[in-house]
Design a protein around this ligand. Sequence first.
Ligand SMILES: [Zn+2]
Length: 136
Amino acid sequence: MIQNPQSDLAAEARLAIAEREALVAAREIVHKAVAWQGVHPHATLEELEVELLQLRQEFGQQLAQVLLEQREARQPVPGPVCAGCGHEMQYKGTKTLQPTTMLGDLTLERGYYYCPECAQGIFPPGSGVAAHPQWS
Ligand SMILES: [Zn+2]
């Protein structure tokens, strides 16, 4: 398999940025847990569990957002092929998506591609097809 050293470097750089962002999020979660402990020094085990489950949920959402946005950082060139007509789809910039996942509601900036012939738009890779005729 032929590797493109430049794109490998770019991929490594994006992963390094994602790791830094994830560590910042993790540190913030730990900070919140410690601050909560400071405010609730006599909380019950159950109250502590509730707080930590909430923070775990929050961290899972943040980690998912960081990792998904890291994938989105590369814009496929050329655009993906329309499943309807086979023509190349047009890049229309990024759009904010708020998918509901097993980790909770996420907020993602995703690249959006649109086929004017079929009035179909997609958010590659793999978040389904959405019709947005107003984006033409
Ligand atoms: Zn099409």
